[in-house]
Design a protein around this ligand. Structure first.
Ligand code: UFG
Length: 331
């Protein structure tokens, strides 16, 4: 019996695969390597290269392997890119979910754990954000993921496919053993960009906007460590296999850090000056996103180990400083 990790070569997916294997699970990875890396896939996982929008590809996996649950990371996730290329997001993210759910239904696979996002909430009316708060995304990325959540709800009603939607806040960090980490091309996320400046790969950090409605004017985000996030997925699989109802959970630390505070923390962790300048706002950024994550703690029994952004940044720094070119020589 195996768990299928769709998108298991990506940043979060590869940490998930590692965590599942360390918990003694058999893992099958499906990934089209459009943004992921072959070298990020744990060698103990069985790898199928292909696209989840390709029904024959999925049928081959479900026919060959004894899959009991699917963990679905195979999606695009860059907010600003979704503003300029919305249809790319609806095609891969929303479209991919249609094919995946159809194939799961036809092969009688009943459980899916899905990477949703804080971006489904749009501009929150209050903080911290609760799972029952209105979901009104302000970017195509968030909408594509909200549509995927809603599709799963209808697939549950019609076919009995049970789901857990995990709404991630800002994921950062790397496996503490330094074997895998975050490597996007091009990189758009705050923590890896700050660390690239620390490494001298970039001249300076541009902080996008200092006139937001936040204490220091820069956006506030809620950072969660990628291994804590992976643990929540393992608990979500268990929750579903125990016969519980479909559900959605926020995954965050319940503490917000501004972009300026993150820069300062990274300066402390790396000991590097990390030059920075203020720059115009980036489209699609809400002022603040901070999770209420007591639901995941109470119902799933989630107990995140990293509660200090310095520790999160330190694990990311371990990967960046030992892998200055990421997974390959692209740079
Ligand atoms: N930022 C900068 N300079 C940079 C890069 C980012 O100032 O060079 C700022 C952004 O404007 C934002 C903050 O850093 O204020 C975080 O930006 P990221 O791109 O790292 O992350 P996002 O908050 O845009 O998005 C992330 C995930 C989404 C998820 C969201 C939910 O990528 O998938 O968190 O909180 F939906």
């Amino acid at each position: 019996m195996s768990i299928l990790v769709a998108g298991g070569a990506g940043y979060i997916g590869s940490h998930m695969v590692k965590d599942l294997i360390e918990h003694g699970e058999d893992v099958v990875v499906a990934d089209n390597l459009s943004t992921g890396h072959r070298d990020a896939i744990n060698p103990k996982a069985k790898f199928y290269e292909g696209d989840i929008r390709d029904r024959q590809f999925l049928d081959k996996i479900f026919d060959n392997e004894d899959i009991t649950a699917v963990v679905h990371f195979a999606a695009f996730s860059i907010v600003p890119e979704s503003m300029s290329k919305p249809l790319k997001y609806f095609d891969n993210n929303t479209g991919g979910m249609i094919t995946l759910l159809e194939a799961m239904h036809d092969h009688d696979i009943k459980y899916i754990v899905f990477s949703s996002t804080a971006a489904t909430y749009g501009v929150p009316e209050h903080m911290p954000i609760r799972e029952t708060d209105p979901q009104k995304p302000i970017n195509p990325y968030g909408l594509s993921k909200l549509m995927m959540e809603e599709m799963m709800a209808w697939a549950d009603k019609a076919y009995g496919i049970k789901f857990v939607a995990l709404r991630y806040f800002n994921v950062a960090g790397a496996a503490p053993d330094g074997t895998i980490g975050e490597d996007h091309g091009p990189e758009t996320h705050l923590v890896p960009i700050i660390l690239q400046v620390a490494q001298g790969k970039r001249d300076e950090l541009s902080i996008f906007g200092d006139d937001y409605n936040t204490p220091d004017g820069t956006n506030v985000r809620d950072y969660v460590h990628v291994m804590d996030l992976a643990d929540a997925h393992i608990l979500a699989i268990k929750y579903l296999k125990e016969g519980n109802k479909s559900n959605a959970f926020n995954l965050g630390s319940s503490t917000g850090f501004s972009n300026k505070q993150m820069l300062e923390a990274a300066r402390e962790v790396t000991g590097e000056p990390i030059p920075a300048k203020m720059a115009p706002r980036r489209p699609g950024d809400p002022d603040s996103l901070v999770a209420a994550s007591d639901k995941a703690r109470n119902i799933l029994g989630w107990n995140p180990k990293y509660d200090d952004v310095h520790d999160i940044i330190a694990t990311a720094w371990k990967w960046h400083s030992t892998h200055p070119k990421g997974y390959d020589d692209r740079d």
